[in-house]
Design a protein around this ligand. Structure first.
Ligand SMILES: Nc1nc2c(ncn2[C@@H]2O[C@H](COP(=O)(O)OP(=O)(O)O)[C@@H](O)[C@H]2O)c(=O)[nH]1
Ligand SMILES: [Mg+2]
Length: 587
């Protein structure tokens, strides 16, 4: 099924066109039929010559009902722009087009209606030019008459061509069904309807109400007025919810796959409209079927922070429209850049944030998110709409590799500092390290501990190094201080000698696990192996020696024996053409 929303000025023939195409009445309310004017959204569908089904969301054209129009268009990826031949391009034609453009709708058709009343040529030419300058771009145009039926076969064929161009929905996507209607049916209880844009809903599924987070159970499903056990995107769908009073769910709420969305009342967005500084301090954000008042705080020239009056289940990359309800004016579109932005407390934080946002474009960027957040749970990333592409460091914690390495170095320093301050204690309590490194969980501290450090009875100690003769232990400490942040750089032999590490001392340190020997006179700190696998796992697989050397920022002297050792330990595999691949990243 394809879903197409109508758009256009009041009385230009949108509802008439939907009526003659589908044989169904889109104006559902008695008041609408009495006044001959659409007030709220209407729904109708028909089968096209190809055999495909097109469902229409028919929107009101009157300027008072633009919020209803936006709720109808928000979740729908394609539009049928309607302009009357006898009246031509009008203010609400322009405002509806601005709304489509703000939402980034990029599939559409132009129908010039009432072609029996006037030459459709001028209206068609003007509308086409206006539309071409929007996100819809060049569209097919058809002149029709709802009164005589002229042009309807051409319009049906054009709808078929439009449907064939629409992108396929992602069947495995999480469900975010924006509710556009809710009502009760005697004997069944609460029913909500919406346009399912991705994923699949089944009878018996548990979903979540976005507004409250409360779990709801799907009791029944309808699509095209027929009961169904399962409905896949794209589809208009009616969902009967078990045990949910009608007043608990309304237009603007959403049914969600549990645990897959992050409801947020604070978002950083990029504007495609007036400069940030010219926007009013409060506007209404329209996204999906929701309309929420938003406080606007300019950050950069085209980026702002929005504080929403109530939380919404938004994803990075979502498109939304900003509207000034006082001036009845669509101010423009926004692209969501961050759904969990940092607070701006310190002086200069807003300017720094603007700098970060300048580099974002709303496309999910897994490595960038890690770099900015440094440490984040895999689930939190998924809930922002960012795919997880690296292995966790422990549990479901993902770490920016550079930050993780830095934490490892700091941990070693903290252990040494504590040992000096508390010489009689057998190591640092894990919780003390957790606080000093400002980590959210003890497991992260434990995951950072590398030989020769170890965790024993809730404390991190350096016992094996202490067991080394004093001068050797001190020399190893110096290697750690000098090379801790360059884990793949091996000290030159003469430098080792200068530090007092001759072959015998190195042997003792290697046996104690304080150094890692790759070859004669090529030693690294012991965490280097795991760190290397983590870095290599991020390369496109398989990778060459030279790619590995560059990624590790090291020389052949280190890279060659390091990779051989990793092969030997089964962490990497050497392929027939001498390229390698990572077998299993460290958990
Ligand atoms: N002659 C003629 N009248 C039309 C045509 N399409 C719509 N109308 C009339 O125009 C008026 C407004 O139509 P309607 O579909 O309600 O417009 P909407 O506000 O865009 O939904 C109604 O009186 C219709 O009967 C057409 O193609 N030819
Ligand atoms: Mg209408």
């Amino acid at each position: 099924m394809w879903v197409v929303a109508t758009a256009g000025h009041v009385d230009h023939g949108k509802s008439t066109l939907v009526r003659v195409l589908t044989g169904m009445e889109p104006d559902r309310w008695a008041e609408e039929r009495r006044r001959g004017m659409t007030i709220d959204l209407g729904f109708a569908w028909t089968t096209l010559p190809s055999g495909g089904t097109v469902a229409f969301v028919d929107v009101p054209g009157h300027e008072r009902f633009v919020p209803n129009m936006l709720a109808g268009v928000g979740p729908v990826p394609a539009a049928l722009v309607v302009v009357a031949a006898d009246e031509g391009w009008m203010p609400q034609s322009a405002e509806h087009l601005a709304a489509l453009d703000a939402l980034g709708v990029s599939y559409g058709l132009l129908a010039v209606t009432r072609a029996d009343l006037a030459d459709p040529g001028p209206a068609l030419a003007r509308a086409r030019a206006e539309i071409a300058a929007s996100s819809l771009g060049e569209v097919e145009a058809v002149a029709v008459s709802g009164a005589t039926g002229a042009g309807l076969p051409e319009l049906r064929a054009a709808l078929d061509r439009l449907g064939a161009r629409l992108p396929d929905p992602a069947p495995g996507a999480p469900v975010r069904l924006w509710v556009d209607r809710s009502f009760t049916i005697r004997g069944s209880g609460t029913v909500v309807t919406g346009t399912l844009g991705g994923g699949r809903v089944r009878v018996g599924d548990q979903l979540e109400l976005a507004a409250t987070g409360e779990p709801v159970r799907v009791r029944g499903l309808h699509a095209l007025n027929a009961a169904r056990g399962e409905v896949s995107a794209v589809s208009r769908v009616a969902v009967n919810l078990r045990g949910v009073p009608r007043d608990r769910v309304a237009r603007g709420d959403a049914l969600l796959t549990p645990g897959r969305f992050h409801s947020t009342d604070l978002v950083d967005v990029r504007l495609a409209c007036d400069p940030a500084a010219d926007l009013p301090a409060s506007l209404t954000l329209h996204v999906g079927s929701a309309a929420v008042p938003a406080g606007v705080r300019p950050l950069g020239p085209d980026t702002v922070r929005l504080r929403l009056a109530r939380p919404l289940p938004l994803l990075i990359g979502d498109r939304a429209a900003l509207r000034d309800p006082g001036r009845r004016h669509v101010a423009g579109g926004v692209t969501v850049l961050d759904v969990d932005p940092p607070p701006l407390r310190r002086r200069g934080a807003a300017a720094a944030r603007a700098g970060v946002l300048a580099g974002l474009d709303g496309r999910p960027d897994p490595a960038g998110e890690l770099r900015r957040r440094r440490l984040v749970r895999a689930g939190a990333l998924t809930r922002m709409g960012v795919p997880v592409t690296v292995a966790p460091v422990v549990g479901d914690w993902l770490a920016d590799p550079e930050h993780w390495r830095d934490l490892g170095v700091r941990l070693v320093a903290e252990v040494a500092r504590y040992a000096r301050a508390h010489p009689l204690e057998a190591g640092v309590p894990v919780d003390v390290l957790r606080r000093r490194l400002d980590l959210p969980e003890r497991a992260l501290v434990e995951a950072l501990v590398r030989p020769p450090l170890r965790v024993r009875s809730g404390r991190v100690s350096a016992a094996p190094v202490d067991a080394l003769p004093e001068p050797v232990a001190r020399a190893v400490e110096r290697v750690r201080a000098e090379y801790g942040d360059r884990p793949f750089v091996a000290p030159e032999a003469h430098h080792l000698a200068d530090l007092g590490l001759g072959p015998r001392e190195i042997g003792a340190a290697v046996r104690a696990g304080a150094l890692l020997r790759l070859a004669d006179n090529v030693v690294l700190l012991p965490g280097a192996l795991d760190d290397a696998v983590r870095v290599l796992a991020r390369l496109p697989q398989p990778f060459t020696l030279s790619a590995a050397r560059q990624a590790l920022a090291t020389t052949r002297r280190v890279a060659v024996p390091l990779l051989e050792l990793l092969d030997h330990r089964g962490a990497t595999r050497r392929l027939p053409d001498d390229a390698r691949e990572v077998v299993a990243p460290p958990g």
